[in-house]
Design a protein around this ligand. Structure first.
Ligand code: FE2
Length: 395
């Protein structure tokens, strides 16, 4: 079967026969029509690649016929067959399709074959191009769907990994903070110290515009600054009296011990310097490295002030808690000696030395709530006992 079909329209049977003879071949099946009505009827039912119409008005208006086939066969090659240019008239070129004029006397019609062959070649190329575009469109759509699916899967997996990471991080955090609390729990006087130093350290960090991205590491460093005390002998750590020189030397090793612990734990690595250097002094007389002023890491300078303020504002075996005014005086007195003077001013001016009052209020509220809860539990237990004892007595 030929790849294409042509429709040839002519009012004369003999001419139709000649045209079929010229055009029909292995690539082209030729149908014929003798009137406009018959031609339009065929064009509406069959897909023609070529329409050839004789133009011989008023008997056969080929121009009008070709224009009307546009509605059924928008891609067809339309050829108007006329005996002379005068007979073809003035042909319009429409945007949707072009009508080719072919001028030939009856014995020259064989030349039409070359025109149609060229037209078919063009038609074949267009058809291949259209098929290719459709195929590309389908492949593109498939790819788009696959990409969308992949995107959903990747987002879902990312969310799962993030959730797992956050859970793991929270578990690690709890474990590490628990360790710090276990150390301070040995000593009733330092109970809650790590948590308060973390709160004061965060307050000062925010006030001095410490980088947001490093806040979490600083919070850890504040909380775990004394983690090295895990390696301090209880006799020294818990001694209720002043330490002798040898004991002081041992106590001071907690800074390096803490640094060594932090260096073994991936999550604590960003906190290492703050843990090691939180006992350095601004004047260089601190330990363990004798660092001076701004050579002391900023995180360590912040933890140092937070740690010292907590020591000033809480009861210790050797002294009573100082009120906020005295804490301010003491901090200012030691600014430029023990502490970074700029940070001391920021801490005081941002209300840092009044934070302990808030802690005391919070602790009192928490203690009150705990006492109320214990009272309620006791009342409930009493009711239960009252109901249970008579029932047991019956047995
Ligand atoms: Fe310390």
């Amino acid at each position: 079967m030929a790849a294409f079909r042509a429709l040839v329209v002519h009012s004369q049977t003999e001419a139709l026969g000649e045209l079929v003879e010229v055009l029909a071949g292995p690539q082209l099946t030729v149908d014929t029509a003798r009137s406009m009505t018959e031609a339009l009827n065929r064009a509406s039912q069959q897909d023609y690649a070529v329409v050839v119409a004789d133009h011989r008005p008023p008997e056969m208006n080929g121009l009008e016929l070709l224009e009307r086939t546009q509605a059924y066969l928008p891609d067809a090659l339309r050829i108007l067959l006329a005996a002379s240019p005068d007979a073809a008239g003035d042909l319009p070129h429409k945007p949707a399709g072009t009508i080719f004029r072919f001028f030939a006397r009856p014995w020259e019609r064989w030349q039409l074959q070359a025109v149609v062959a060229e037209g078919l070649k063009l038609h074949r190329l267009e058809r291949e191009q259209r098929d290719l575009i459709q195929k590309l469109g389908r492949e593109h759509e498939k790819l788009r769907k696959r990409e969308k699916l992949l995107d959903v899967v990747v987002k879902e997996r990312t969310r799962e990994i993030e959730d797992a990471y956050l859970k793991l991080k929270a578990a690690n955090r709890q474990a590490l903070l628990g360790l710090a609390e276990a150390i301070e729990a040995k000593d009733a006087y330092t109970k809650g110290h790590c948590g308060r130093v973390a709160a004061f350290g965060m307050h000062l960090a925010r006030a001095c515009k410490y980088p947001e991205a490093d806040m979490e590491a600083l919070e850890f460093a504040s909380f775990l600054h004394d983690i090295g005390k895990i390696g301090i002998r209880d006799a020294v750590l818990l001694k209720p009296a002043a330490l002798d020189p040898e004991e002081w030397i041992h106590m001071r090793t907690h800074a390096v011990k803490g640094y060594e612990i932090a260096s073994q734990i991936e999550m604590l690595k960003p906190t290492m310097s703050a843990i090691r250097n939180h006992h350095e002094r601004w004047d260089g007389a601190g330990y363990p490295d004798g660092l001076k002023d701004t050579s002391i890491p900023l995180a360590a300078r912040i933890v140092c002030i937070a740690d010292a303020y907590d020591a000033m504002a809480t009861d210790r075996p050797y002294k009573k808690a100082l009120p906020s005014e005295e804490c301010e005086q003491l901090l200012r007195k030691n600014a430029g000696k023990m502490f970074d003077p700029e940070l001391v001013e920021i801490f005081i001016n941002s209300g840092g030395t009044r934070l302990m009052e808030q802690v005391a209020t919070d602790e009192a509220a928490a203690a009150e709530a705990a006492a109320a809860e214990a009272e309620a539990a006791e009342a409930e237990a009493a009711v239960e006992r009252a109901v249970t004892i008579p029932a047991a007595a019956k047995v």
